[in-house]
Design a binder for this molecule. Sequence first.
Ligand code: NDP
Length: 452
Amino acid sequence: MSDFDYDLFVIGGGSGGVRAARVAAATGAKVGLAEEFRMGGTCVIRGCVPKKLMVFASEFNDAFADARAYGWDVGDGTFNWADLRKPLHAELDRLEGIYRRLLNNSEVTIHDARATVAGPHEVALAGGTVVSAKHILVATGGHPSLPDIPGAELGITSNDIFLLDEMPKKILIKGGGYIASEFACILNGLGVEVTQFYRGDQILRGFDDEARALVSEQMVEKGVDLRLGSNAASLKKVDGGIEVTGVDGKIEVFDQVMFATGRRPNTDGLGLEAAGVALGRGGEVVVDDYSQTNIPSIYAIGDVTDRVQLTPVAIREGMAFVETVFKGNPTKVDHELIPSAIFTQPEMGTVGLSEEAAGAQEPVEVYAATFKPMQSSFAGRPDKVLMKLIVSKATRVVLGCHIVGPHAGEMIQLAGIAVKMGATKEQFDQTCAVHPTMSEELVTMKEPVRTT
Ligand code: NDP
């Protein structure tokens, strides 16, 4: 009989926390979980899921035009946000219900309350109850961070976009990362006039230069007013919208301004410092390879640790935690060669090293093909696709794979298996092409376009 109320208390009901709670409970552990808002966390409630539904919605504009080229008698169609908003939120309610049911079926005790860490083995629930736990798992995620400029409070973030009563006619998006670029494309596809300010010389910093240049070029081609080397210095409420003064002094008025300038870990007021848990400079919980903090009974997973901010990574961190703590099988989280997709239009899928990072590490051969995909080319659209492999000269191992084009996310999931297995270029080439597809280029590129 344990001396604690719980064997495990999880703070945060997002993808990582819910998975860890369920899998731990399946080992026979007594598990409690507290969530202050809605079950499902960023991914389900205000991230990946509603974002992807809006990506689908935003792609119909091109689809209608293509349909006509393929012999269908269809008009332009008009988009009505209210007609999407309602079923979209009904879908989120349904998914939240599933998360709750899964927890209940696993016999995890749900506390719909804010929880804070009150000691190495104590959790305080809003309302005053303090419960004890042998292990505490912090899985509180992150939140969008606003830039420190005058009038920043007038802007919205990705949290607010799904809740808008009306779609803006004209929006400024500030930032050049995943969220800024994805929403620039979504809103552009839905008919919003989109301006995107990015302070650097190319969006999607850190990804393969050739791939991000193609994404950026195609975004502009599709109508996003992308301004590189631009930044907003201040915002002011005026009749008819929000007046934005750029760092270059230029003044423009938009209906809405959206900040997508990075995310910060949710550790404020969580009691972690008082409990002696070490935090990093950005407020993230510092953990070791097993997701353990400097306080042995307290662990942390997911965005709150600011390792790799992706849902499947948080889930894997949760599984490794349970494996380590509840199954007696110490398991490090593997953060190497994580495939990911950026749901811009065109989409980008990537795994492994960029050409620049690989070239800095060792001599490489670069195989790349850029072409017009059959489907949209037939419809007269100027879309372009990129298939690219970075290959080690010494070992022939494919160090990186980068895809820009329709369904790049689906393709990179599969290419990611080969890259994770350490496949060589020759092993890619031994695989027979699937014809006619875009991805057959990945196994038919004979000569490198560059070597370093
Ligand atoms: P990112 O870190 O990807 O991008 C932040 C952007 O904001 C960068 O372009 C950065 O510029 C810019 N920026 C930061 N501070 C300022 C400032 N003060 N003024 C102007 N620009 C600024 O963050 P996101 O918010 O886009 O996304 C957060 C994380 O969420 C991502 O890292 C990703 O892991 C995850 N995510 C994943 C998705 C997916 O898998 N498809 C989708 C959405 C999010 P600079 O480059 O110069 O630093």
